[in-house]
Ligand binder design. Structure first.
Ligand code: SF4
Length: 108
């Protein structure tokens, strides 16, 4: 669903605006402390991650982190591959199990 404040498609966003309702939720970041608010979508990398990497084996999880001295909040995303059973360091790229990463600068 498209996030109204950013205009980006996010598979985890849900909004219900029918018949005067105004219910919005993030189905990736639930039971978070501090709780999720739609303002967090502005800095969330998930829409860009799912555009860059659609691997069906990669599971995303997210949490809201407070900034330095408690000021500011930011969405922190982590990823795990259920095929290679490892943490995905860069969710934009993936773990390289299914799609090997070409390193053009690597020595032969
Ligand atoms: S916080 Fe991120 S994952 Fe959650 S609805 Fe917003 S853009 Fe999507």
């Amino acid at each position: 669903m498209r996030v109204p404040t950013t205009g980006k498609e996010c598979p985890y966003f849900y909004g219900d605006y029918h018949r005067g309702k105004h219910h919005e939720e993030c189905r990736l970041i639930e039971n978070s402390d501090p709780p999720w608010q739609i303002k967090h979508c502005k800095t969330c990398p998930v829409p860009d991650i799912v555009m860059a990497n659609s691997c069906p084996h990669m599971i995303l999880s997210g949490e809201i982190k407070k900034g330095f001295l408690g000021f500011g909040q930011k969405v922190k995303i982590s990823a795990y591959c259920t095929k290679s059973h490892q943490v995905v360091e860069d969710p934009f790229v993936g773990c390289s199990e299914c799609h090997p990463i070409l390193n053009l600068f690597k020595e032969p």
